[in-house]
Design a protein around this ligand. Structure first.
Ligand code: C2E
Ligand code: CA
Ligand code: CA
Ligand code: CA
Length: 275
């Protein structure tokens, strides 16, 4: 048994070393990716339930790795945040999203995810202004999605930035609502334009009475606070129908469309307008 234990330790040590090497390789590749423009934005429709039409798109980053193929954001965004690369990547995302959106019809907004690091290690207001100016996009067409972790980092530092952005006409959404530890208390710290209810609240709303009740209550809460309510991760027609009855403002999910490359946007718009 002792020999087995030692074997296991050696195995784990080897495993850990392999993990470290993979991480280092990935970090080096990620640095190069910024310069080599290996990133791409895909766009997922935000669908307005009362108007029955697309009202915007969320920009979701994709990394086309020369060997690994397409790497999902969850497999490199956390690393990019840790090593500070998210600042450059975030700047690129803002610029690309604004210039893509400038090609879309006037009523169509673009939503961009912003990470906590971008608030603390860069001048976010300036990055945003530059991206809007370069694309000649109206600030009212841009939504920034932030998670609770942004507010947790340093509320007194973040709030003035959020207010400055809002004063310029940029909309601010609270993303992944309901997944943090104290989402409710953060709702009163800033007048968000929109809350996006996390997909973990959606999957069983049709079958499960309690899940339905929770969804009902969150929609009422957002409404009472004067915020638009978006539900993410809508995958079925039954979920859509229930959310329509609940007077949810907006949905996003595979049922409407998965995220698609930028050239597909005009097609999605013509297929899904009043459809
Ligand atoms: P998120 O902001 O919550 O984005 C929604 C995620 O849900 C996306 O995953 C999207 O593809 C996925 N999704 C959409 N509809 C459905 C559905 O019906 N069912 C299910 N199960 N999933 C659905 P994705 O594209 O893999 O992005 C994952 C996360 O990576 C995002 O979560 C966001 O936190 C982060 N991310 C993506 N792009 C960026 C970016 O440009 N900057 C930053 N800082 N983070 C980003
Ligand atoms: Ca988001
Ligand atoms: Ca989300
Ligand atoms: Ca999420």
């Amino acid at each position: 048994a002792k020999a087995d234990g030692r074997k296991r330790e050696r195995f784990f040590a080897g495993e850990m070393e392999a993990q470290m090497q993979l991480r280092h390789a990935l970090e080096a590749d990620l640095r190069a990716a910024v310069e080599r423009e290996q990133f791409e934005l895909h766009y997922q429709p935000l669908y307005d339930l009362s108007q029955h039409r697309i009202c915007g798109f969320e920009a979701l980053i994709r990394w086309n790795h020369p060997i690994r193929g397409r790497v999902a954001p969850m497999d490199f965004i956390p690393l990019a945040e840790e090593v500070g690369l998210i600042v450059d990547i975030g700047r690129w995302v803002l610029r690309r999203a604004c210039s893509d959106a400038a090609q879309w019809p006037e009523g169509i907004k673009v939503a961009v995810n912003v990470s906590a690091i971008q608030f603390s290690s860069s001048d976010l207001t300036q990055d945003v202004s530059e991206a809007l100016a370069a694309a000649a996009l109206s600030p009212s067409r841009l939504e920034l999605e932030i998670t609770e972790s942004v507010l947790m980092e340093n509320l007194s530092e973040v709030l003035p930035i959020l207010h400055a952005l809002k004063e310029r006409g940029i909309r601010i959404s609270m993303d992944d609502f309901g997944t943090g530890y104290s989402s409710l208390s953060y709702l009163s710290s800033f007048p968000f334009d929109k809350i996006k209810i996390d997909k973990s609240f959606v999957y069983d709303i049709v079958e499960n009475k309690e899940a339905h009740a929770i969804m009902h209550a969150i929609i009422l809460l957002g409404d009472a606070l004067g915020m638009r309510v978006t539900v993410e991760g809508v995958e079925t027609a039954a979920q859509l129908a229930l959310l329509e009855r609940e007077e949810c403002d907006e949905i996003q999910g595979y049922h409407i469309s998965p995220p698609r490359p930028a050239p597909d946007v005009p097609n999605l718009l013509s297929l899904l307008q009043n459809g």
